[in-house]
Design a protein around this ligand. Sequence first.
Ligand code: EPZ
Length: 419
Amino acid sequence: MEKLVVTGPTSLKGEVTISGAKNAAVAILPATLLIDGICTIENLPNISDIKISCQILEALGAKIKWNNKNSITIDTTNITTTKAPLDLTSKFRASYYIIGAMLSRMGEIEVGMPGGCKLGARPIDQHIKGFELQGATVTVEKGTIYAKAKKLKGSPVYMDIVSVGATINVMLSAVLAEGTTIIDNAAKEPHVVDVANFLNTMGADIRGAGTDVIKINGVKKLHGNATYSVVPDQIEAGTFMLAAVATRGDLLLKNCITKHLESITAKIVEVGGNVEDYGDSIRVWCNKRPNKANIKTLPYPGFPTDLQPQMGVVLSIANGSSIINESIWESRFQYTEELNKMGAKITAQGKTAFFEGVKKLYGAPVYSSDLRAGAALVIAGTVAEGTTEIYNLEHIDRGYENIEEKFRKIGAKIERVKE
Ligand code: EPZ
């Protein structure tokens, strides 16, 4: 078993290069199944979710060559089976993208019910509704999803809720379908736009990604023979921005798209932090105790749920009382119990948490319940006086490339220790 040992307090200072976006990359890799040929994907984050994605693609017949730790060349000319390995697909969330891509490419797929962070109920009814409207039959039995379609046909698909996964999945199934699919009430996250940009680079005809209506005109074939670079990770950038505020530090984040960070920038200014925007890099610094603030998580362009725990660390040490309202996930306040072990005063009830700001946090053994909770605990450990031991690292490793090295480079005293 491994743990991270963080000794604080440290004011984080220096430069961080932001990696490619996990939630774009985990969709772009399955999207390569739509190509009858070869393509190269660059700026891939080197994280365990990407390694599992590659293993699933290889099990389906794809050939993958690693060019370096952040770039692969993938040949999807020969897809040899429509049964995705159940043990791998049930390990992480984004395995549901195999369904949209394989329905379109092969007309058939068997895949394990997706796993991933335990954030409360995570239904996939909107994905299934979209496939069925395009003419597919989908059944779920004993943890396995069986999907079939003779030839998918374009259709209007109205999403009952704004869903990143369902928007991308229906986009994948629509790319090679006969006719036009129109997704209404679509998600607008930067990773949705990035998947559309990738598919268009390969010959798809997708318009309107980034707005709430996406129109996909089905094409006969995607051509491959192209190189695509994954968009910078909005959530990793936001994590370091909030780390700068929480630790009263000064960080320059390189390789980011600052337009994607506006909701975070606004909240940082509200709590008394400073932001300088250079377009493809951003400087964040703070030299005082943060002010209180209220947050409500919302789909993009609102404040992202995936930065709610990191913002929670800032509010836990703010001057005054704050409220966070989590509107996306049922159980995203598990980290508050861990922060309370470190001296925070947080009361979470359902989807609302009340933060009574304290002056200091103190090191303690804590457990990461999910990916972003883990990132929040790393920030809290850097803020806290004394030693914090963080357990359950498999969550953090799913989504952050070399988190301890990036934190160490900006001054954190952090080590990965094997027990
Ligand atoms: C994506 O999950 C991200 N994961 C999550 O990031 C992120 O928290 C979430 O979007 C919201 O931004 C990936 O991209 C792999 P949704 P996803 O479908 O697609 C409900 C992280 O830490 N819903 O947008 O699974 C659902 O229950 C992870 O990186 C339905 O009711 O989320 C939720 O309340 C955690 N039916 C809301 O919609 C459906 O068919 C939004 O979920 C689908 C979703």
